[in-house]
Design a protein around this ligand. Structure first.
Ligand code: SF4
Length: 261
């Protein structure tokens, strides 16, 4: 059994054919047999490019099974609201942000409303999310940029997103991926960084380098879902201390040094 997410609730589900050689390996008896041999060796580090690629494909297939329909937990009604919520979520739980944003968006319904407020005043509205002075400056700066440079609409390219105060690659990837369905990269937060290292998908600790490593080995059609799935996995099972490896559907594919089984 592993945890999956249905309608925003984590539930226990059967992992089904855990360890099977299906997924990404269909078609052709010879090919299937050779992939099966590769997959059987997963308890160990794959020795060649084909082994590494088959392992990544299997990880992605299992994540789809474990966390179907995984998406961003930040409540939002449009791309601008998601941008604000993502800025607020730094060093804060999504649950806390979701408590603050309904009142915030009722008080300031548009980017123009945020652009017109003084950061010191906004800081009091978002106080409970922590680091409120810096977050208020970022949000007001972002609103002014969105209004003055993009006509009040959050832009749809990474290049433009990175000109917005408070929006580094992580925030830009969250907004582009979730609000617009644009796969510009992979969201790398603390969960993705930790689990990508545990799964040996990167050896980097720097978020930008980790993202570059992930982009090279994960097909673009998985970039958006992979981030959401890994973030849920990091909250449910692959937690920072004492990961719950006995319940993990990736157990036989994982050779992390700090595994608990
Ligand atoms: S086996 Fe353990 S360390 Fe590896 S991904 Fe699963 S929970 Fe994380």
């Amino acid at each position: 059994m592993v945890c999956a997410v249905k309608n925003g609730i984590i539930v226990k589900v059967k992992t089904g054919d855990k360890g099977s050689a299906k997924g990404g390996q269909r078609g052709g008896g010879k090919k299937k047999a050779s992939a099966h041999r590769i997959l059987r060796a997963y308890g160990k580090r794959p020795r060649n490019a084909a082994g590494r690629a088959a392992r990544v494909a299997e990880i992605l297939r299992r994540l789809d099974q474990m966390y179907p329909g995984a998406t961003c937990a930040l409540t939002h009604g449009n791309p601008w609201e998601l941008l604000v919520a993502t800025i607020l979520s730094a060093q804060c739980t999504d649950k806390r942000v979701n408590l603050v944003t309904p009142g915030l968006f009722a008080k300031y319904p548009t980017p123009a409303d945020f652009a017109a407020v003084r950061p010191e005043a906004l800081a009091q509205d978002i106080r409970s999310t922590g680091f409120f002075n810096n977050k208020a400056k970022s949000i007001v700066g972002a609103a002014r940029r969105v209004v003055s440079a993009f006509g009040g609409a959050v832009p749809k390219t990474m290049e433009e997103m990175l000109t917005i105060p408070g929006a580094a690659r992580k925030t830009a990837n969250v907004v582009l991926g979730t609000a617009y369905g644009i796969a510009a990269g992979v969201v790398v937060d603390t969960h993705v960084s930790r689990i990508a290292q545990r799964l040996d998908l990167t050896q980097n600790t720097d978020a930008v380098k980790t993202e570059q490593d992930l982009i090279k080995i994960i097909p673009p059609e998985h970039w958006i879902s992979f981030s959401h799935q890994i973030i849920l996995h990091g909250r449910a099972l692959c937690v920072a201390r004492n990961p719950r490896c006995a319940e993990c559907g990736l157990n036989d594919l994982c050779y992390a040094a700090d595994k608990t089984v």
